[in-house]
Write a protein that binds this ligand. Structure first.
Ligand code: G
Ligand code: G
Ligand code: MN
Ligand code: NA
Length: 254
């Protein structure tokens, strides 16, 4: 596999970069966290988006070392914002299935928290519904161990996977992230409105927080606030940005 070899070399040559996208409490207009999103920077070429290499990284197992690099880099970055800017900004990190299933995953999270000295509540792991099917008992076990460490857990792309709602009451998750495919036509499609409204209702009833992804317009933000969802992320507020742009973005936002 040609791309596999290029990815291996890219890991060795440190060609990956993290961008960070703000998450907002749209009612208070405050920053509630930053999602780490990986990009591939081949020298002299435009940035490569994760859609172009994450699937191959997952198929080949390279997602394990790449995911470890993402987690370590995000935790060290959050710690350096805490020390350098004096602000505690939670970071969230996307976890791929093979990474979550890897026997060393929980221990690696624990080692990374110690090495970075990041308070565990400033780390959020974004998992997807697909990781919870198959070996549900093991997934639950792992999530409980992670929760006991003090990290926060969210379910990404909520509503797009194949799973039952029953796991929601069994798993120690904090947040449901409503997939952006439901947010896109929220203001014009009554089916999307019904789905988003139902997810917000379930989250509230179960005591979970809810975040809407892919918010691109003021109308979408307004509609979400009207439905009781204040947690938002999307181009309307901010695009993903390199870590060095975060301090000035913060000054402009506040
Ligand atoms: O940033 P962008 O919208 O291009 O991301 C596209 C997809 O890649 C999203 O589904 C996102 O969750 C995924 N992704 C981005 N960064 C990471 C990462 O560090 N690890 C994993 N596993 N997926 C990521
Ligand atoms: O699957 P995940 O939720 O991690 O995907 C995050 C991806 O969504 C990132 O690639 C990010 O660039 C993208 N994204 C973030 N905000 C928006 C938005 O408002 N509109 C669109 N179309 N994509 C977004
Ligand atoms: Mn995500
Ligand atoms: Na998503």
């Amino acid at each position: 596999h040609h791309l596999e070899q290029r990815l291996r070399r890219a890991l060795k040559n440190q060609e990956f970069r993290l961008h960070f996208q703000p998450r907002i409490d749209a009612e208070r207009r405050s920053l509630t966290g930053l999602e780490a999103l990986v990009r591939w920077q081949v020298p002299g070429e435009p940035l490569i988006a994760p859609g172009a290499f994450i699937p191959v990284a997952e198929e080949t197992g390279l997602i394990v070392p790449l995911g470890e690099w993402v987690l370590e880099t995000a935790c060290h970055q959050a710690r350096s914002w805490l020390d350098g800017l004096g602000v505690a900004i939670p970071v969230s990190v996307n976890i791929a299935s093979p990474q979550f299933a890897h026997p060393d995953f929980v221990a690696h999270v624990e080692r990374t928290l110690s090495a970075s000295r990041l308070p565990p509540h400033l780390l959020e792991l974004e998992i997807t519904e697909s990781m919870l099917i198959g070996n549900a008992a093991q997934a639950r076990d792992r999530l409980q161990t992670l929760k006991a460490l003090g990290v926060r857990l969210s379910i990404d792309d909520f509503g797009t996977g194949y799973s039952s709602l029953s796991y929601l009451k069994l798993l120690p998750v904090d947040t449901l992230k409503i997939d952006r495919s439901f947010v896109r036509d929220l203001t014009t499609d009554h089916n999307d409105l019904a789905i988003v409204s139902a997810v917000i209702g379930i989250a509230g009833a179960l005591g979970l927080q809810v975040m809407a992804e892919g918010v691109e317009t003021a109308e979408q933000a307004q509609a979400l606030i009207g439905l009781g969802c204040r947690g938002m992320q999307g181009f309307y507020f901010a695009r993903p940005m390199p870590s060095e742009d975060v301090p000035s973005w913060l000054r402009g936002w506040a």
